[in-house]
Design a protein around this ligand. Structure first.
Ligand SMILES: NC(=O)c1ccc[n+]([C@@H]2O[C@H](COP(=O)([O-])OP(=O)(O)OC[C@H]3O[C@@H](n4cnc5c(N)ncnc54)[C@H](OP(=O)(O)O)[C@@H]3O)[C@@H](O)[C@H]2O)c1
Length: 243
């Protein structure tokens, strides 16, 4: 049976690095993205360059009907297979102090992270339970662990995602499904472009931003069959920032 991994937000940044890494481990990568088809095709090209396989799977994770339709279409086309690895990585930030934050910025950030987690994860759980193997990784953030000013919406979303990780881990542990979160600090991607890197680096014990590839290594570790006893946990990848 071919092994399938669905990576949301796989067209750029951390999601792309995870896609390339898991492809080298024999997974056929389902490359989810919102709208950037050129970037998604570049992820596919990089996967194929490594000798891997991938398929584009665009949908807005915040749109429950669109997400369900895309997943059901895939399941209908692959009746004898299932998605055994899910990385809930799609996310945005829309920073502002709460006193000035428009309701739309609050809702959009929570919808993509939290409703997105529900919309993508829920339809994949029954097949994982049936096959008695699954790996779910949720991309949280240092912001969800300690809260960061100017990111009340993002901190709430990522903190909620961490709590959901711990709850779901307990629901499915007996079925050999693990659910873990990764909490990156500052990673060099489009999301952190425009931040004052020189000033921020001084606050990071390691003295630098992390790379998407360093996050992808942790995902590869967590999905391995040998990591089956690690569940409901949060792994920080932050150059010592949190501690
Ligand atoms: N970079 C960091 O320092 C950092 C730190 C902590 C946590 N994180 C988290 O890590 C994850 C990836 O971040 P990144 O830095 O790689 O971000 P990025 O470079 O901005 O890429 C974001 C990805 O998410 C996709 N996406 C956005 N909204 C979506 C939606 N509604 N439905 C489906 N896909 C959507 C984008 O697709 P399109 O290309 O189509 O727009 C893109 O592939 C996020 O959850 C982020 O919160 C990042």
């Amino acid at each position: 049976m071919e092994k399938y991994a669905l990576i949301t937000g796989a067209s750029r940044g951390i999601g792309r690095a995870i896609s390339v890494k898991l492809a080298t481990q024999g997974y056929h990568i389902l490359i989810n993205y919102a709208s950037n088809v050129a970037a998604a095709n570049e992820s596919l090209r990089l996967i194929q360059q490594q000798g891997g396989e991938g398929t584009l799977m665009p949908f807005d994770v915040a749109d429950e009907a669109a997400t369900r339709a895309a997943i059901e279409a895939w399941q209908d086309a692959h009746p004898d297979e299932y998605i055994s690895v899910l990385v809930n990585n799609a996310g945005i930030r829309s920073d502002q102090i709460l006193a000035l934050m428009p309701a739309a910025d609050w809702s959009r950030v929570l919808n993509i992270t939290l409703n997105g987690f529900y919309n993508v994860t829920q339809p994949l759980l029954m097949p994982m339970q049936f096959h008695k193997f699954g790996r779910i990784i949720n991309m949280a953030s240092v912001s969800g662990l300690r809260g960061l000013p100017g990111q009340t919406n993002y901190s709430a979303a990522k903190g909620g995602l961490i709590a959901a990780t711990k709850a779901l881990a307990q629901e499915v542990a007996k079925k050999n499904i693990t659910v873990n979160a990764i909490a990156p600090g500052f990673i060099q991607t489009d999301m952190t472009e425009g931040l004052d890197e020189a000033a921020l680096k001084k606050t990071i014990p390691a003295g630098r931003f992390g790379t998407p590839e360093e996050v992808a290594e942790a995902v590869a570790f967590l999905i391995s069959p040998m990591s089956g006893y690690i569940t409901g946990n949060v792994i920080s990848i932050n150059g010592g920032l949190y501690t």
